[in-house]
Write a protein that binds this ligand. Sequence first.
Ligand SMILES: [Zn+2]
Length: 113
Amino acid sequence: MHEMALMAGVFEIISRYTADFPEKRVTKVTLVVGEMTNAVPEALEAAFEVYANSTNVEGAELVIKEIPLLARCTECGREGRIEKHMFVCPACSSLSMEIKSGRELYVDSLEVD
Ligand SMILES: [Zn+2]
């Protein structure tokens, strides 16, 4: 499962942030997840539970902010959402599309108690 690998990276970041205060518990984790990562929110939640088990993150709320895949045509400048990974400009049929957003995967915020 692809999401397990993504979540491994997320927990590396969390453990780096919480290393200085190991007695604290993480209560909320907000993740920014771009559409292009192909991560399924339900699978991310399941992976989160697995990694949080028996750590200071156990029981924390996971909030997922999904970022749509947007691209800009370098030929005509049209900007829009890419559906089904079809990197073709709907205005001029150019294949020269520059990705503006959707590749993100990072920890946006952590709340500790
Ligand atoms: Zn175009």
